[in-house]
Design a protein around this ligand. Structure first.
Ligand SMILES: *Cc1c(COP(=O)(O)O)cnc(C)c1O
Length: 379
């Protein structure tokens, strides 16, 4: 039998001391600070779809009327969950070229005063747009409905003021701008959301999807005993990710993401051939930029030629129905970096030329560099 020898250069992942309740609670508190909330924050032991589904199944029941705002693929998923909980679902769908307007939300709430739950995605990594949550939150608060926000692709990339904006259920994950793990996530729950959930007979109980279980078994007991073995490695990685953000300074991290988006958009406009899919700069997500391929050109061919030139750049074709027309450049986390943006533009220039288009790589690099400096200096 061959002995199994550990690679001396590998990170230490095994034989760690147990992650105790106090440490787990401390990680939750660090996440709460990052989310700018004083509400309860539950670190859920799964990818962000777990708390998103948990929020909807906990707060929504037959007789609920939900306003589901769709600005990308996640909104579609929420609609399915809302309907399966027995809710009447009113939908606002904004084109992926922009954001939903607070006026659209106000109009829907006026037309349907019975709306008691609103689901919204802050920024969409998949479609590259971001929504004005502060203004929408004010409209929803005035109406009195609960507001659930998917902030997975915005936390760390742009301001997220959970309490100030009146968000009742705010979900984050570690895997985007925080450059952390994907296997744990967190949700903040306001006092009125807890009331609504406790009054909902259909809310999951004794279930992995249950927020109430965490309240009863963890929060109400003063967070002194964990209900299950925690996902220790993922929790430690989340803590390190948040510590690293605090070390750099949240404002600095946000500026880095804004600079990446600004530089990529400016670079693409100088490059020629492709145009930003999201029309207005203020509607563009700082975490990812989507690009539109000209009619008659298949975006996937540009992407595969670009990746042939530089397989390390975070350039990909969009998923599903948009694959032919949309290219996505992810510049979140460690990729919110000047060199990554410049390398992405250079690879796109190669990709465009490979399919017979003109592309001015030098002009793109200059424009991107200038835009990066402008955003950084304005901080
Ligand atoms: C990335 C992301 C999630 C998490 O989903 P994954 O499929 O694991 O990437 C949820 N919501 C939004 C808006 C996201 O961008």
């Amino acid at each position: 039998m061959t002995a199994v020898t550990a690679n001396a250069d590998a990170p230490v992942l095994l034989d760690l001391p147990p992650l105790g309740a106090a440490h787990f609670a401390r990680i939750e508190d660090k996440v709460a600070a990052l989310m700018r909330t004083r509400c309860d924050v539950v670190a859920m032991q799964g990818e962000a779809l777990l708390p998103l589904e948990a929020c909807i199944r906990s707060a929504v029941r037959p007789g609920s009327t939900a306003l589901n705002i769709i600005t990308g693929p996640y909104g579609e998923t929420f609609g399915g969950w809302l309907r399966s909980c027995g809710a009447e679902v009113i939908t606002i769908a904004a084109p992926f070229t922009g954001a939903v307007s607070p006026q659209q939300v106000a109009d829907a709430l006026r037309e349907h005063p019975e709306i008691d739950f609103v689901s919204l995605v802050h920024a969409e990594a998949a479609t590259g747009n971001t929504n004005p949550v502060a203004e929408i939150g004010a409209v929803v608060s005035a109406h009195g409905a609960l507001l659930m926000l998917d902030a997975v692709a915005s936390v760390g990339a742009e301001p997220l003021l959970t309490d100030e904006w009146g968000v009742d259920l705010c979900v984050i994950g570690g895997q985007k701008a925080l450059a952390g793990p994907a296997g744990v996530s967190a949700v903040s729950v306001s006092a009125r959301a807890w009331e609504r959930i406790a009054a909902n007979e259909q809310a999951p109980r004794r279930s992995y999807l249950s927020l109430l279980d965490w309240k009863e078994r963890w929060i109400d007991g003063g967070r002194s005993a964990l209900p299950h073995a925690p996902a220790q490695l993922e929790m430690l990685a989340l803590e390190q990710a948040v510590d690293r953000i605090e070390g750099e300074g949240l404002d600095g991290v946000i500026t880095r993401h804004r600079a990446a988006a600004g530089a990529l958009r400016a670079g693409v406009r100088a490059l020629g051939g492709l145009v930003p899919y999201v029309i207005r700069d203020e509607d563009a997500a700082p975490a990812a930029t989507t690009l539109r391929a000209p009619v008659g050109l298949d975006a996937r061919e540009v992407v595969s030629a670009a990746l042939g030139a530089d397989g390390l750049v975070p350039v990909q074709a969009a998923a599903g129905a948009l694959a032919k027309e949309m290219i996505r450049v992810n510049h979140y986390g460690r990729a919110a970096d000047r060199d990554v943006v410049l390398a992405s533009l250079a690879a796109l220039a190669t990709g465009l030329r490979a399919v017979g288009m003109d592309a001015d790589g030098d002009a793109a690099a200059t424009a991107a560099d200038e835009a990066w400096n402008e955003v950084s200096a304005a901080r």
